[in-house]
Design a protein around this ligand. Structure first.
Ligand code: CLR
Length: 372
């Protein structure tokens, strides 16, 4: 039966949504979905998932050799996946449809300095719709800094939504050992949203993503769901390579434990360590474009089941956006990001992308860089 997890009074709406998915042309974000599947959180908050293990992030710069640091980058990357891709299921019972950010929407947060690890700061802005979000976070004291942007192309196969992420991140590391700064280009994995027909969506990662360092080390991560590598969901196999030589392999679950070498090797990462959520200023102190302030009434409506109120407020925000774009067009102006600048050619990205195998390099993308 279709829609087993859907509230009875929303079954017709879910059926209509599934039908409309079949006609979707790559952008799911602006489609209307029934209330039970709406999340009160905007996509501008999602970059925070990258940094919910600030100690693991800060520890990258403690690595003693380029190889050691690549392994630490891989460990940090893998340890963010559980938060990125399973948090909504854990908190709200299933994957949900996030709020679609508006141009200029901002999200700021920090992970405070505890026991000398340094403070990590996050700055996010929705800079355009293609590519959408740019984020930057850094820990000056620990010598680690990440900047990236991300967008999605979606299509529906009849049973699952396939999501291709565009965008990439560049990590800059200043090794504590005093060696020169290193750069790491991080590409983004593909995802499949399963459980759609039942109305209880969840994410499985698929395919491959990679991390390319200018030190010559590459990490390649392959993802499989149930039944491929081990019969378990959410599994990966990774290798660290130098040129065409594989130096070390890793495998396990990105939601659980992974091992160096085979499953009998030493533990590489245990993701059961609690994550640290980002600290955000109270809504009363936020500016009008800050995500939680901007969406406050919509989020409240969704949380309390006052969907009419949420819908009205959402339309008000969207109409205001349309008016602003019209006004700009009438004046011959175009909207400019507040925290980032566009670069037609980002030299850092070009240099690293040229080192990565063509198969693993994302097609040409726009670039934005932090203004400072
Ligand atoms: C955004 C970038 C983050 C990782 C991430 C996690 C969940 C993804 C989200 C990204 C993009 C938007 C997304 C979401 C899951 C569901 C949602 C694909 C990639 C789509 C737009 C909504 C699907 C609607 C169904 C739940 C019905 O680092």
């Amino acid at each position: 039966m279709t829609g087993g997890a859907v509230p009875v009074e929303q079954r017709a709406g879910w059926g209509a949504f599934l039908k409309s998915l079949a006609h979707m042309t790559g952008d799911l974000s602006s489609m209307t979905a029934p209330p039970f599947i709406l999340s009160p959180t905007s996509l501008t908050e999602f970059p925070a998932y990258w940094c919910e293990h600030p100690l693991v992030f800060a520890a990258i710069a403690d690595g003693l050799t380029p190889h050691d640091r690549m392994e630490r980058v891989l460990r940090w990357f893998i340890c963010t996946l559980k938060g990125q891709y399973t948090t909504r299921n854990e908190k709200m019972g299933s994957e949900k449809k996030p709020l679609n950010p508006v141009l200029g929407e901002e999200f700021f947060g920090v992970w405070p300095d505890v026991a000398g690890r340094g403070e990590t700061k996050l700055i996010v802005e929705q800079v355009s719709h293609h590519p959408p979000i740019v984020s930057r976070f850094y820990n000056e004291k620990a010598g680690v800094k990440l900047q990236g942007h991300s967008g999605q192309k979606t299509n529906f196969s009849g049973t699952a939504i396939h999501v291709k992420q565009s965008g990439h991140a560049i990590l800059t590391v200043k090794p504590k050992s005093g060696e020169p700064a290193e750069k790491y280009l991080i590409t983004l994995p593909k995802l499949r949203i399963e459980g759609i027909v039942w109305g209880s969506p969840y994410i499985e990662l698929t395919d491959t993503n990679a991390i390319q360092s200018n030190t010559g080390f590459t990490a390649v991560i392959d993802y499989k769901g149930k039944g491929y590598f081990t019969g378990k969901a959410h599994t990966f196999k990774a290798t660290i390579n130098r040129g065409n030589r594989t130096i070390q392999s890793y495998e396990g679950q990105w939601t659980g434990i992974s091992y160096v070498g085979g499953s009998k090797g030493p533990v590489f990462l245990d993701t059961s360590a609690p994550k640290e959520e980002v600290v955000v200023r109270p809504i009363e102190e936020q500016g009008e474009w800050e995500s939680r302030k901007l969406w406050e009434k919509v989020a409240k409506g969704i949380r309390t089941g006052s969907y009419d109120e949420a819908g009205k407020e959402k339309s008000r925000i969207e109409n205001d956006q349309r008016q602003r774009r019209k006004d700009e067009a009438a004046k011959g102006e175009s909207w400019k990001p507040n925290h980032f600048i566009h670069l037609d050619e980002d030299p850092e990205y070009q240099q690293l992308a040229a080192m990565l195998d063509d198969k693993l390099t994302p097609a040409h993308e726009d670039g934005y860089v932090y203004k400072g």
